[in-house]
Design a binder for this molecule. Structure first.
Ligand code: PHE
Length: 451
């Protein structure tokens, strides 16, 4: 007997849940520093162009595959063409790798939020606060557990009452918090210099790597090539407008990334007296530099608290989508009930998460390709598996299945305005670009080229 599949209540519910997945740590922490590093305005321009072409084509493909088959990744590819079931399997490995370490970082965020709530903003700005924290064995594991349990509680409640409801509450609040912080930052003296630096295109910083970096970021940011959008598409109603939804998700995702840049770049700029190096601090930016910035701002500890709440919401809705995708795949395959499946994923995810959570303390000498466990998981999923999955997806849809199948699905609910663009991107442009990303990221991991 087949049970009827769960669904989101309506188009808005779908868009908010998908945007909840897309808007995450990538938008708030990674996007601003990439923009600062790769030429400011020129990076923004390249990113936006890629988002409305490449990102659009891949996202609409995945959501349409999900809605058409009503299945999550593995079963969906199998249903379309048995020979391509392996794409679904590869795509499923990605969230399984990302979920545990994403929750480790989510745990760090909860820890910082609680620290600001407890009035420890000045402590968080201390030089060794972050390194001291992750070098402990117990504390990061505890925060990982807290973040994972929070995520699981939402997923256990199901698609409508859990995933959708959480997104309906958290996403609008997130937008308001982002706007509040931006206004706050922009009223600081000297902030406009930072804004200028953020949006002025610097052509001398432009190169092929700008495009590759923007493209890599795009994938991650839009939660593509990991089965998430297929799963969410499978919960979308046939009468909801697919093309319009994708447009709205893109606007949401890119809008929050741009806002994050507007809060972080000028704030760090003022703090460091215009020193651009401070922005390229990479991962340390959010947990080391920003607390110092907040510490010097008027009402900074309050702003810091709001900021980490914003990041927490962004991280939670993304982690929820990762877990929902894994749960949905297991349920489609094994027909377990939701609670049991969630508990299994929670325990399994926690155990794998330990590898990353303890990677800076007990296991800090364990390295693969010279990378810490967390960095290695990040590299293998984002730089290797995701481009491979996207490459096979575009070859499969463009040349084997044919783009008409996707177009027909889109047209069930509306006209397909960007059909031509979608066709050309999936069939010709995406495969070439994806091979370029894949080759360059692998070469740079082995230190043969520098990105
Ligand atoms: N899209 C999320 C972000 O920008 C990241 C993410 C990746 C979320 C994978 C879920 C799955 O941070």
């Amino acid at each position: 007997m087949t049970k009827e599949r769960s669904s989101f209540t309506n188009q808005l519910g779908f868009v908010l849940a998908a945007a909840g997945s897309a808007v995450g740590l990538g938008n708030i922490w990674r996007f601003p520093y990439l923009a600062a590093k790769y030429g400011g305005g020129i990076f923004l321009l390249v990113y936006i162009i890629l988002a409305v072409t490449f990102g659009f084509a891949l996202m609409i493909t995945e959501i349409a595959i999900g809605r058409k088959t009503g299945l999550s990744a593995i079963e969906a590819y199998k249903a379309l063409d048995k020979r391509f079931a392996f794409v679904g399997i590869l795509g499923t490995i990605v969230p399984v790798i990302i979920f545990p370490y994403y929750c480790v970082i989510g745990g760090w965020v909860v820890k910082y939020f609680v620290a600001y709530l407890a009035g420890q903003g000045a402590m968080a700005a201390g030089g060794d606060y972050f390194s001291g924290f992750i070098a402990q064995a117990g504390s990061p594991v505890l925060w990982l557990a807290i973040f994972m349990v929070l995520t699981s509680l939402v997923v256990m409640c199901g698609v409508q009452k859990g995933v959708e409801k959480a997104s309906r509450i958290m996403m609008p609040v997130l937008v308001v918090l982002a706007v509040v912080i931006v206004i706050f930052v922009l009223t600081m003296p000297g902030a406009w210099e930072g804004v200028k630096y953020y949006i002025t295109p610097s052509f001398s910083d432009f190169s092929v790597t700008t495009v590759l970096a923007a493209m890599g970021q795009l994938f991650y940011s839009m939660s593509l090539a990991m089965g998430i959008m297929i799963t969410y598409g499978s919960y979308m109603k046939k009468e909801d407008n697919l093309e319009k939804s994708v447009g709205q998700i893109e606007i949401f995702d890119t809008g929050i990334a741009l806002l994050a840049g507007l809060m972080i770049v000028p704030a760090v700029f003022v703090f460091s007296g215009g020193d651009k190096e401070a922005l390229s601090a990479g991962p340390g930016l959010m947990f080391i530099t920003l607390p110092k910035v907040f510490d010097t701002m008027p009402f900074g500890h309050f702003v810091g608290g709001i900021f980490f709440l914003l990041v927490l919401f962004a991280a939670l809705t993304s982690a929820i989508s990762l877990m929902e995708t894994i749960v949905s795949i297991l349920q489609d395959k094994l027909h377990w009930n939701r609670i049991t499946t969630c508990l299994v994923v929670l325990v399994g995810g926690f155990l794998i998460g330990l590898l990353s959570a303890l990677g800076y303390s007990v296991w800090d000498n364990v390295k693969i390709l010279g990378m810490q466990m967390l960095d290695f998981f990040d590299f293998i999923s984002n730089s290797v598996l995701m481009p491979i999955v996207a490459l096979f997806t575009s070859i499969f849809v463009g040349w084997i299945l044919k783009t008409k199948v996707i177009s027909d699905e889109v047209k069930i609910s509306s006209k397909f305005h960007r059909e031509k663009l979608f066709h050309v991107v999936i069939r010709y442009i995406a495969p070439v670009f994806l091979i370029a990303i894949l080759v360059s990221s692998v070469l740079s991991a082995f230190g043969w080229i520098k990105i």
